[in-house]
Design a protein around this ligand. Structure first.
Ligand SMILES: Cc1cc2nc3c(=O)[nH]c(=O)nc-3n(C[C@H](O)[C@H](O)[C@H](O)COP(=O)(O)OP(=O)(O)OC[C@H]3O[C@@H](n4cnc5c(N)ncnc54)[C@H](O)[C@@H]3O)c2cc1C
Ligand code: SF4
Length: 508
C-alpha cells in the first residue's frame, strides 16, 4: 500500500527519518502551508515567509530527487487548513491510510497526529545528538539538571574538540575569556543577505496579503531559503564572524543588530543545516587556527549543550510545561512588546530590531525583554507566546524551555538555579544602550531613575517567600535588607507607580 510521508515546515532535511523509511518509487510526500499552523500564534511575517519559501524549495528539491510530492499552497482553493486535513485529503486521493511521520517538535502537533483517524507511524527525529532515552537516562536520579554536565557527555559522544577522553585545551569551558562588553566597532559585516527569487517573491506577496496585521516588517527580506544558501551563509560567518563570537556574544549595541552572532538558529531549526555539520565547520576553523578556542568551544557548547539540553527538558517535562507559573505572575504583556512607544532605550532597540528582522540575540532576549517581563511579573504564557510568535527561529521545543524555564523562572528552577534578573547596571555594562536613554542608569530613585533599578528590588521584595531557601539569592537579599528603610519604601512606591502607569497604557 502507498504510504504518505509527512514533512512539516521545520523538517526540511534530506536525512529526515520519515523520508529514510519510505520508498520514493511508491510513496507520496505530503507538505502543506496551512492556516492552523500559520495562526496559532501571530507569527512574524518574515518567519512565515521564510518557512513557506523554504518549504516550497524543499518540495521542489524532493521532486528533483524523484519523490512524488503533494504540496498545498496556502491560497489553493482546496487548501486543507490543518495538517490533519492535509493527511486526510491525501489519504483519500491515494487510497491509503498509512502515514510515516518524524516526531514533531511541539506537543500540540504530536497530539494532532495521534488524533488523526489514520495509521500513523511516528519515527524519532534523528537530527538531534541525544535521543529522548539518552536524556532521560542522564536526568534520572539527578537532584539538579545542570546543562554543563550534560554538555560534557555530548562532547564525549560527538568527539567534538576532544583529545582522547580529555577536552581540547584541558578545560571543558572557556567562558572566563568570553563576555566582553560592547566593542567600539564591529568588524564583521553581518549575515549573508540573499536576493529574493521567484519563489520568495510569490511567497512575500502571499504573506503580505494574509498577515499584514501581524507584528513585524516584511521589508528587506534577506534570509536564506534553501540548503545551499544556508551553507553559503554558514561559511561566510565561520570566516568572518566566528573568531570574535566568544568575546562579544553577550554584548549589545544599538546600531549593530547582529554583532558576531551566527544567525544560524533559524536554518538549523527548520532543517536546512544539520547541527553537527555546523559544529564541525567551527571545529575545523579552530583546528586551522582561524578561530580561537574560546570562540569555538563557546559556540559548540551552545549547540550540543544548550540546544540539545533544552530539547531534552521540553520532552522530559511534558505538555503541561508551557502552563507553569511558579511565581504566580499575572500581569498582561504590555503593549510596548508589540511596538508601542517606550522611553527605555534598551527595550525600544531590542523590540524594534525584532520587528524589523524577526531576530534578537540571546542576551537581548534574556537580559532585556525577558528580564523586564520577569521583573514586572508578566503571566508566563503571554510572554511565551510572544517569543514563539516574533522570532524566525522559534519552535516550541526550543522556545518554551528558554522562556518558561531560563528567562521567566516559571518552572520553579528546573533550568535556572536562580532567576536571570538584573538592574540597569548589567545592561549598562554590556551595551551602549544607556548612553542615549531618557532614563539615567546610575540614578536609583526619582523621575529619571532607570526602571530596571526600581523593578529589580520590587521583584526581590515581592518574591521573598519563593526564594527564602535559595542560597544563590542570599547576597541580593542582604544588600536589600541593609538599605535604609526609607529608601526601600521609596523604591517600592516608585516601582508601584511605574507599574500602575504601565497597566494604564501610558508610555513608560
Ligand atoms: C527568552 C529566550 C528565548 C529564546 N527563544 C529561542 C527560540 O525560539 N529558538 C531558538 O533556536 N533559540 C532560542 N533562544 C536561544 C538563543 O537566543 C537563540 O538560539 C539565538 O539567539 C539564535 O541566534 P543565532 O543563530 O545568531 O545564535 P548564536 O548566538 O550565534 O548561537 C549559536 C547557536 O546556538 C544555539 N543556541 C544558543 N543558545 C541556545 C539556547 N539557549 N537554547 C537553544 N539553542 C541555543 C542556537 O542554535 C544558535 O543558533 C532563546 C533564548 C532566550 C533567552
Ligand atoms: S537606562 Fe535603564 S532603561 Fe535606559 S537603556 Fe539603560 S537599562 Fe535600559
Amino acid at each position: 500500500m502507498v504510504k504518505l510521508v509527512l514533512v512539516l515546515g521545520d523538517q526540511l532535511s534530506d536525512g529526515l527519518s520519515a523520508l529514510g523509511a519510505a520508498d520514493k518509487t511508491i510513496d507520496v510526500v505530503v507538505m502543506a502551508e496551512v492556516m492552523g499552523e500559520a495562526t496559532y500564534v501571530p507569527h512574524h511575517p518574515k518567519k512565515i515567509a521564510f518557512l513557506f519559501a523554504a518549504m516550497r524549495k524543499f518540495a521542489a528539491r524532493l521532486e528533483g530527487q524523484g519523490w512524488r510530492v503533494v504540496y498545498s499552497k496556502l491560497d489553493d482553493a482546496d487548501n486543507p487548513k490543518t495538517i490533519s486535513g492535509a493527511l486526510l485529503a491525501a489519504a483519500q486521493a491515494h487510497g491509503t491510510s498509512e502515514v510515516i511521520a518524524t516526531e514533531p517538535g511541539e506537543w500540540r502537533v504530536i497530539k494532532a497526529l495521534e488524533d488523526v483517524p489514520l495509521d500513523v507511524t511516528v519515527l524519532p527525529d534523528t537530527r538531534f545528538m541525544a535521543t529522548h532515552a539518552e536524556f532521560e537516562a542522564w536526568a534520572e536520579g539527578r537532584k539538579a539538571l545542570r546543562m554543563e554536565y550534560f554538555y560534557r557527555d555530548m562532547r564525549r559522544k560527538t568527539g567534538l574538540m576532544m583529545e582522547g577522553d580529555k577536552p581540547a585545551g584541558g578545560q571543558w569551558n572557556f567562558d572566563h575569556d568570553n563576555r566582553k562588553p560592547a566593542p567600539g566597532s564591529v568588524t564583521y559585516e553581518g549575515p549573508l543577505r540573499f536576493q529574493t527569487d521567484d519563489v520568495t517573491r510569490e511567497v512575500l506577496t502571499l504573506v503580505r496579503e494574509n498577515f499584514s496585521n501581524n507584528f513585524g516588517s516584511l521589508d528587506d527580506f534577506w534570509f536564506a531559503t534553501d540548503r545551499e544558501q544556508a551553507l553559503q551563509h554558514l561559511h561566510h560567518w565561520v570566516q568572518g564572524g566566528l573568531a570574535q563570537f566568544g568575546d562579544f556574544q553577550d554584548a549589545m549595541m544599538g546600531d549593530e543588530k547582529f554583532l558576531y552572532h551566527a544567525i544560524v538558529g533559524l536554518y538549523i531549526n527548520a532543517g536546512l543545516l544539520d547541527p553537527l555539520e555546523v559544529c564541525q565547520a567551527v571545529e575545523e576553523a579552530w583546528k586551522h587556527g582561524t578561530a580561537p578556542i574560546n570562540a569555538a568551544e563557546g559556540f559548540i557548547r551552545q549547540i550540543i549543550g544548550w540546544r540539545e539540553y533544552v530539547r531534552g527538558i521540553y520532552f522530559l517535562e511534558g505538555p503541561e510545561y508551557t502552563s507553569r507559573n511558579a511565581l504566580k505572575h499575572n500581569r498582561n504583556l504590555p503593549a510596548l512588546y508589540w511596538g508601542e512607544k517606550t522611553w527605555m532605550r534598551c527595550m525600544d532597540k531590542a523590540i524594534d530590531q525584532t520587528r524589523e528582522e524577526a531576530y534578537a540575540h540571546h542576551i537581548q532576549r534574556l537580559m532585556v525583554t525577558g528580564n523586564f517581563a520577569l521583573l514586572i511579573g508578566v503571566e508566563p504564557t503571554q510572554i511565551h507566546e510572544w517569543y514563539l510568535a516574533v522570532y524566525a527561529d522559534a519552535f516550541e521545543w526550543v522556545e518554551a524551555p528558554n522562556v518558561i524555564g531560563m528567562s521567566q523562572f516559571a518552572d520553579g528552577g528546573i533550568i535556572a538555579s536562580k532567576p536571570y534578573i538584573s538592574s540597569g547596571n548589567y545592561i549598562d555594562k554590556m551595551s551602549d544602550y544607556c548612553k542615549g536613554c531618557s532614563y539615567k542608569v546610575k540614578v536609583k530613585t526619582g523621575p529619571d531613575a532607570c526602571p530596571f533599578n526600581l523593578l529589580y528590588w520590587h521583584f526581590l521584595d515581592r518574591n521573598r517567600a519563593a526564594f527564602s531557601n535559595n542560597h544563590r539569592m542570599g547576597n541580593m537579599y542582604r544588600v536589600w535588607d541593609k538599605m535604609d528603610a526609607e529608601k526601600r519604601e521609596t523604591v517600592l512606591a516608585e516601582a508601584d507607580a511605574f507599574l500602575a502607569k504601565l497597566d494604564a497604557g501610558e508610555t513608560v
